[in-house]
Design a protein around this ligand. Sequence first.
Ligand code: TRP
Length: 331
Amino acid sequence: MPEKKRILTGDRTTGKLHLGHYVGSLQSRVKLQEEYESFILLADIQALTTHFENPELLEHSIYEVAMDNLSVGLDPNKITLVQQSRIPAIGELTVFYSMLVTVNALRHNPTIKTEAANYGYSDMTYGFLGYPVSQSADITFCKANLVPVGEDQKPHMEMTRKIVRRFNELYGETLVEPDIMLSDCPRLMGLDGNAKMGKSLVNAVYLSDSADVVKTKVMSAVTDPSRIKKDDPGHPDICVVSKYHKIFNHGEYENICESCKKGAIGCVACKKALAGALNDLLEPFREKRAYYEAHRDEVRDIILTGSEKANRIGNETVKEVKEAMHIYIGD
Ligand code: TRP
């Protein structure tokens, strides 16, 4: 039987994951785990690029992000969870790759620019500017063939592919050029109407939120501002709640839009229906999560075993890379 192709993807460990992560990446991870050998990276070093001054904020996040991944249905017997800081190969490859990337290429990376603006950086650290190089090391240490990520990661994937091509051209065919797999779901807006759901934007529904919290958050979502009374005709095309129905309550979507346009369904009823649909989705995740919350040692073992496996692979890749670069004199 031919070996399965490999996936690597991951999340910064800067807090709990939310619905935007789910539709952008986690959902497809769950499907892909059947077909691919999947590595899921808990990117704790990348988390430091923005949080190095307050690392204590990240303390619980490694567990939280691991549990988020496990609770949506990633099976620890099928996937490999990897803690980035446990993989020295990633650090080593980052240094080698840094010779192949210009500062200007990094400065023009649109995702770096947007993030720097969001964080209000007037200048930025070398580590932050360079994290796409480190991300290329994340992806290539295990020679991943495919990287399922959201649209915002596209520039990093292009950089990874360029680094691989340049490396192979200079030193001989060593690394694998990965393909990007974009989610077929458009980026999820925040419930406040902000273009992006984000942890730092305080508009997120977390995968671990209780049913009541989900309901409260949905009830406070912004809707069509021109709709004052319940029977005013609504404009679902400009309403955040309707965008959520389309994704999370697809079967009812057309009906709800028609009723809204006619003023036959009010915003309160429409939001209640959405909260119900979201809670139907999240309930099985909460159950799995409760199990892992009660078995933290198991989560720890999953991370440690996964990281050991990743280390064996990463060390092998570093060896090949050093040989290719003629900086290896044998063990
Ligand atoms: N940059 C990604 C994010 O912010 C997280 C990440 C780190 C990642 N390393 C990765 C994603 C490698 C895919 C592959 O979500």
